[in-house]
Design a binder for this molecule. Sequence first.
Ligand code: AHM
Ligand code: MG
Length: 331
Amino acid sequence: MAGLMTLSRYNLQRRREYEGATGDFTLLISHLALACKIVSREVARAGLLDVLGKTGDQNVQGEQVTKLDVLSNELLIEVLSDLPMVAAVASEEDEQIRITRAGRLTGRYLVCFDPLDGSSNIDVNVTIGTIFSIRKRQTVGAEATTEDFLRAGSEQVAAGYCVYGSSTVFVYSTGDGVDGFTLDPNVGEFVLSHPGMRIPDATTCWSANVGNTRNWLPTTLAFVDKLTSGQGRYAKCSLRYVGTLVADVHRNILQGGVFFYPDDKKSPLGKLRLLYEAHPLAYLVEQAGGKATDGHRRILDIVPDGLHTRVPLVIGNGPDVDLYSALAAAA
Ligand code: AHM
Ligand code: MG
C-alpha cells in the first residue's frame, strides 16, 4: 500500500520539484481528471440508461439520456469554468471559444479539448476517449480571444487524454515524459500504472481507415506497400484500426505502431483537427519517443488558422513517420 501512487500524490510530488509552483497547474490537472472520472461513469452506464430510457421511465432517468458527447462537453466546461487559473476553453463541440466564469480576466491557462473522441463508436461499446491540450496565454488582464488559441503546438505546456476502454486510463505529460494512471473504479482514484511510457522500437501494427483506399494519394499507397511488404521492420506488422484516434494512438504508444489519417483526393486536409486532436497527441507521442507529421511539417510546428482547422496526420514510431515524410518529399 505504501507504494501506491495516486494521481493526486504524484501531482503533489511533481509540484515540489518545480520551485515557485503556485499549485494552479496541479489543481487544473486534478479537475481534468475529475471530469474524466465522471465521463467514465457516464460511459459505463450509457447502455443501461439507453435501455431504461426506452422503457419510458422518465422520472428516474429524466435528462440523463442526453447524448454522451454533449454531456461530456458541458461537463468539462462546467468543471473548468470555476477554476480561477483557466481563462477560456475551446472544444470540438463548440464553434467559438468559451470564456470561463472564474478566470476570465486573470486566468493564465487556455484549455482545448475533444470531449469525446470516437463519436462513431459511442453507441457500439467500442473504446472512446477525451483529449486535452493546455497552453499559457501571452497576456492576462483582459478576456482571451480566439487568436490566443491559434499558436504552434510546441507552445503547449501539457497535454493528455483519457481512454474509456476495458479500463479507464488517464495519460498526461508536462514535457518531461509521459505517465499513465488507471482508474480504480471502486476507490475512485487514478493510480500510476504506466510510468515513463516509451513507444517500443518495433512497429507491430499500422492503423488507417482502409475503406478510404480508393481516395488515397500515391504517397499513402506507397507507404502502405512498405507496411504490408513483410520486409525489414515490417516483417511482422498487423493492421489494427479502432476508429477512435485516441485509442489507436494509445495502443501504438504501448505496443509500437503508426497511425495515419492522410490528405486524400476527397479531403485535402484530411479529417482530424489540429488544436484538440493532432497537437496534444503529437506532444504526447514525441514525449514518448515517437514523431508526428502532416507529411511535410512536424505537427507541433504548425500554427492553426482557425479553431477547427484540419490537418493530415501521420503519428507513431519515428522511423515510420520519417519513411512517410521521405515518400511525400519524393512524390
Ligand atoms: P470525432 O472527434 O468526431 O470522433 O472524429 C474523429 C474520429 C477519430 O477519433 C478517428 O480516428 C476518426 O474520426 C475515424 O474516422 P473514420 O470513421 O473516417 O475512420
Ligand atoms: Mg475527435
